[in-house]
Design a binder for this molecule. Structure first.
Ligand code: C2E
Ligand code: MG
Ligand code: MG
Length: 628
């Protein structure tokens, strides 16, 4: 190999070169350094020479360099000053300095001033210079990677990765600082608890990817509706917190919250879909609604609950009454845990009637809570609490098992189906199907006798569609509860593969009229027929409603007209007694009158007070959970 070829080969094999900024005033030194650094053997350095640090800083703005070599050997003392400026301005570039002599003192001063390393001018050899520069570059890169990892770690610990908003931990920390400052300056702070309305339905209907995108957009709007030095954080699925400083009075807090509310309410364009979402906002003001961060957030949370209860998409200011409500809720959460364990929960059953054959074809199971001091609590009140506090899976499992056990002992109703309401928490629980199998196995109930009721928004998620298919594969029927009040589209209905639609009572109320509800009712009946899905009307209360439903072709009904939910014992009576009151409106609707209806309801209901003594058996309908 000739010399030229050898040199080419070496250049190709040599590690990639580095670009070096030389800050050297003295021409001789510069020339010597450039010669060393341009040697063909070893690592190559592309050098750019400038005379002074000021010039170097300008070059650093324009170009990228791997390292900077500064000659301080001529005027070391003033040079250190320049070095400090250079290192502060160019933290991304490691600096090696040339000093007059090699001693610890000089080295220490140079490194304190920001240099990675130093070399005494008299001892510079090609090898030493190259090695020192490479080490400085590598060390600097490692340090930078470490700093970046540390920053990332800190970001992850204090931020929510989806929206990149700070998290609760960061919010609490910053809020405490704000509170300390505001106490000194005596300026009030308002804390907003912001909760999106109906976010779950969007997630369920449009998918989690769109739900995530929506949260990202909401976060951006929240951030842009408050000032830069105010705080905003995401603390849970669709829950956000904001803290606004220097609020004059409650009025101003309301106005700011309304700006946020309106910002959230504007339409979103997500993956070709236009969607809307609103927010319920609770406000608490420091110091009157809480002394510290934790209590302010609690108060704002209670106020947000109130905003939700007053119809969503609204704003509520904390007041002391809410404190009592929050305490009540807390009591309910704790009481419910106790209730499941101590058998305060029991089931009632409401018959489902096929008017055409005058028979009870099914029975819906409805859970009840007989609270030791507060009396009967409606499932509409305690089911959402159980959902939120994680008790729903256990409660739902108990209802399912107890309902199937009860159905196995129904005298006169051996063919009737038992319908059980299933909540979102249950259907999304990983163990739901195996629990279902266990219940079928242990109670011996035929799967075809079991019907699971879900609301539209629950049934619509991709995850639920798959679970529903597996439920139906077992022969169990699936019903859509409160149909017409959710978000189902017709396409969804086809994809869902359900067996039964339960027409919501709001449409039944309008059955006798030709107003939109009546028209929708007719539409639902047509669609169900067309798709081969069974139908039942819920909440039928009057003969008039029954007649209209029959005329429109819906003959399966459930409602107070026939029977209120009753105990298991009473149900057997309704099934076996040929004189049972529910038959009256069917057999002879003409003879039916409001008084008669009243009487029939009273004899059938637990709470009517006129129940016959022989039907009463207080333990009959109790299924303590721990019985198993
Ligand atoms: P739902 O499943 O739609 O049950 C029907 C509700 O309408 C019941 O209220 C029932 O008592 C009531 N109802 C029946 N007929 C009539 C009528 O003619 N007129 C009127 N105005 N109302 C009638 P309830 O028992 O208070 O239950 C409310 C909701 O609580 C249920 O609505 C269901 O969503 C939920 N729920 C009840 N039990 C359970 C359960 O075991 N698990 C789950 N996940 N939810 C349950
Ligand atoms: Mg139901
Ligand atoms: Mg319903």
């Amino acid at each position: 190999m000739d010399e030229a070829a050898k040199s080419n080969e070496e250049t190709r094999d040599a590690p990639k070169g580095f670009s070096l900024l030389l800050v050297v005033e003295d021409d001789l030194t510069a020339k010597r350094l450039e010669e060393i650094l341009a040697r063909p053997e070893g690592t190559r350095f592309e050098t750019t020479r400038v005379l002074r640090v000021e010039e170097a800083l300008l070059r650093l703005h324009a170009d990228r360099f791997d390292a900077m070599l500064i000659d301080l050997s001529v005027h070391e003392a003033d040079g250190l000053d320049s070095l400090m400026r250079a290192s502060a301005a160019a933290s991304a570039v490691p600096i090696v300095v040339l000093t007059y002599q090699r001693d610890e003192e000089t080295g220490l001063r140079a490194t304190r001033a920001g240099a990675q390393d130093y070399l005494a001018k008299g001892e510079v050899t090609p090898e030493l210079l190259t090695r020192t520069l490479i080490h400085a570059i590598e060390r600097h890169r490692t340090l930078q990677a470490l700093t970046q990892a540390k920053r990332k770690h800190q970001f992850l610990a204090t931020h929510d990765t989806l929206t990149e908003l700070p998290n609760r931990y960061w919010f609490m920390d910053q809020l405490d600082r704000l509170l300390a400052r505001s106490q000194r300056s005596n300026t009030p702070i308002a804390v907003f608890f912001i909760d999106l309305d109906g976010f779950k339905a969007i997630n369920d209907n449009l998918g989690h990817a769109i739900g995530d995108e929506l949260l990202g957009d909401v976060a951006k709007r929240l951030r842009s509706s408050i000032r830069k030095n105010d705080l905003v954080a995401r603390i849970g699925g669709d829950e956000f917190l904001a803290a606004i400083q220097g609020i004059e009075d409650e009025e101003e807090a309301f106005t700011t919250a309304d700006v946020i509310r309106q910002a959230v309410e504007r339409p979103y364009h997500l993956d070709g879909n236009e969607c809307w979402i609103s927010a319920s906002i609770g406000i608490a003001i420091h110091p009157q609604h809480g002394e510290d961060g934790e209590s302010l957030i609690q108060s704002a949370d209670a106020a947000m609950y109130e905003a939700k209860n007053s119809g969503k998409n609204c704003i509520h200011m904390y007041n002391t009454e809410l404190n009592e409500k929050a305490a009540e809720r807390f009591e309910m959460v704790n009481g419910l845990r106790q209730a499941v364990l101590s058998g305060q929960l029991f089931l009632e059953f409401q018959p489902q009637i096929e008017v055409a054959t005058e028979s009870i074809v099914g029975v819906e199971t409805l859970v009840r809570w007989e609270h030791p001091t507060r009396g009967s609590i409606s499932p509409a009140d305690f089911i959402p609490v159980a959902e939120e506090t994680g008790g729903m899976v256990q409660l739902g499992e108990w209802v399912l098992r107890a309902a199937c056990q009860a159905a196995m002992g129904w005298e006169g109703l051996n063919d009737a189906r038992v319908a059980v309401n299933i909540s979102g928490r249950q259907i999304h629980h990983h163990d739901f199907l195996s629990h279902l199998d266990r219940v079928l196995d242990e109670t011996g109930i035929a799967p075809t006798r079991l019907e699971l009721e879900l609301t539209e928004s629950l049934a619509a998620s991709e995850e639920a569609v798959q679970v529903l298919d597996q439920i139906r594969e077992r022969g169990i029927r699936v019903a859509i509860d409160d149909f017409g009040t959710g978000y189902s589209s017709l396409t969804l209905l086809r994809r869902l593969n359900v067996d039964l639609l339960k027409i919501d009572q709001s449409f039944v109320r309008g059955a006798a009229q030709t107003d939109p509800d009546g028209v929708i009712l007719e539409g639902i009946i047509h669609i169900a027929r067309g798709l081969g899905i069974d139908l039942i009307a819920e909440g039928v209360e009057t003969v008039e409603e029954m007649r209209c439903l029959l005329e429109r072709g819906c003959s399966r009904m459930q409602g107070y007209l026939f029977s209120k939910p009753v105990t298991r014992h009473e149900l057997v009576h309704l099934a076996t007694d040929p004189e049972a009151a529910w038959r009256i409106p069917i057999v002879d609707p003409e003879s039916w009158s409001p008084e008669l209806s009243q009487r029939s309801i009273q004899t059938q209901t637990r709470r009517g007070g006129a129940r016959s003594g022989s039907l009463h058996d207080p333990d009959e309908h109790l299924y303590p959970v721990l019985k198993d």
